[in-house]
Design a protein around this ligand. Structure first.
Ligand code: GLP
Length: 247
């Protein structure tokens, strides 16, 4: 595991987008796993800039988003499909039929999970999975639990997650209580994982996840079992790590 700390958000964003752009330049048909939340927005801005400057094209890239809320109004800005359009898809040459995201408004959610799993299986392997970190250690929407699911599944969101995400909604009771998420097994199958964490509020969680015991109570701790994880931290989130804390 390669853990890197950055003094500024700009440096972190450029490092992350640099890794993604190099991958797509080398393999224009790369399969990318994408995340939502406030954490990756700056990285997407940097990717858009690289695209505008002609450094990269996403025309042949396939993407899979980690998760989506269940039962969220189609036009809600926090619907992750709308989030992705606003922050990335509408600004680059990605082809809409290659940009996959679970449909949390499907009539049959179990069938939707199976459909997403089939798409992931057809794609064989995600080349690079971007991950943010939940305040409770979740990845995607894989919440802390006694056991974790391997494949795409419907999840009931934990109180801490509802509270953390309430800032994006009018009030906490407007936050959807369920989501569809890619499972931990699929995430861990990715060739490379880019975990990005920002802010003092997550310093303890990221330290516990990467330095503490591997436990389903902190789903991100399972990343310790993956052979190729790069962790990008801002100085606040990385407070408990040494400057170059490579393992
Ligand atoms: C959300 C998403 C996660 C994301 C996390 C952190 O609930 N489902 O994929 O990593 O919470 O969000 P933020 O980056 O806004 O702190």
């Amino acid at each position: 595991m390669n853990i890197l700390k950055f003094a500024t958000n700009e440096e972190l964003n450029e490092a992350a987008s640099g890794i993604i752009v190099s991958l797509v330049q080398t393999n224009p048909r790369a399969v990318l796993g994408l995340a939502t939340g406030s954490t990756p927005i700056g990285i997407y801005d940097s990717l858009i800039e690289d695209y505008r400057k002609g450094r990269v094209s996403f025309r042949q890239v396939t993407t899979f988003n980690l998760d989506e809320y269940v039962n969220i109004p189609e036009d809600h800005p926090e619907r992750y499909l709308n989030f992705m359009k606003r922050h990335l898809f509408d600004h680059v040459d990605i082809s809409p039929e290659k940009a996959h995201i679970p449909n949390g408004n499907a009539a049959d959610l179990d069938e939707e999970c199976r459909r997403y799993n089939r798409l992931l299986e057809d794609a064989k392997q995600i080349d690079l999975q971007i991950l943010g970190l939940g305040h409770n250690g979740h990845i995607g929407f894989n919440e802390p639990d006694l056991s974790l699911n391997s494949g795409t599944h419907v999840v009931k969101l934990r109180e801490q997650t509802l509270q953390a995400n309430a800032r994006f909604f009018e009030s906490i009771d407007k936050v959807p209580t369920q989501a569809i998420t890619m499972g931990v097994g699929t995430i861990l199958k990715a060739k490379m994982i880019l975990l990005v964490v920002r802010g003092a509020a997550k310093a303890e969680t990221v330290y516990q996840a990467l330095r503490g015991p591997i436990t389903t109570n902190i789903p991100a701790s399972l990343l310790q079992t993956h052979p190729h994880v790069v962790v990008l931290l801002d100085s606040e989130a990385g407070r408990l790590f040494d400057e170059y804390d490579n393992v």
